[in-house]
Design a protein around this ligand. Structure first.
Ligand SMILES: [Zn+2]
Length: 164
């Protein structure tokens, strides 16, 4: 209960800071309508629609085709990337995933992802990201993980296999 209160408080503070930053933006930003649209896209999960700021320990930020795309968890991002019709996978400019141990944003393209563990994200079975291979290995041992993947190894077949 305390945890959820703390989370609610955190979300409230984040929202307050967001509105505060909106009211103090420079004139240049105010004139840029496109930046307002990007902020909206940055918030809700591109795959499932959940507000990603509610899940700071799982959140993924992706920039592709010059657009900012937010995801509530790696699972939603990999499902989106596996859909070749959106051309996102072939035009990635920047990808930040959240390291499970440090909860810091790390480069998703060089991260190590553990599957099959007993830790679930807001979406269920997931690819749990780590910046260090040693961390991925110790997490896998502690939480009955099945396998460690690099970003390049996670294709459509792997997404289907690991998330079903
Ligand atoms: Zn999602």
């Amino acid at each position: 209960m305390f945890k959820s209160l703390k989370l609610t408080f955190f979300v409230f503070i984040s929202a307050s800071m967001f509105f505060y930053s909106c009211t103090t933006t420079t004139k240049k930003d105010e004139q840029n309508i496109e930046s307002t649209e990007q902020k909206y896209e940055w918030t809700d999960c591109q795959n499932c629609g959940m507000p990603t700021n509610d899940f700071p320990n799982w959140q993924v930020m992706l920039k592709a085709n010059s657009k900012n795309l937010a995801f509530c968890a790696p699972r939603c991002m990999f499902i989106h990337l596996a859909d070749s019709s959106n051309n996102v996978a072939t035009s990635i400019e920047k990808m930040e995933v959240t390291d499970y141990y440090t909860t810091q944003k790390i480069d998703g393209t060089t991260a190590f992802y553990v599957t099959g563990s007993d830790k679930t994200s807001p979406m269920g079975k997931d690819f749990v990201p780590f910046s260090k291979q040693e961390d991925a290995q110790s997490f896998m041992q502690e939480h009955n993980g099945k396998k460690i993947y690099s970003f390049e190894e996670i294709n459509k077949d792997v997404v289907v296999l690991e998330l079903k």
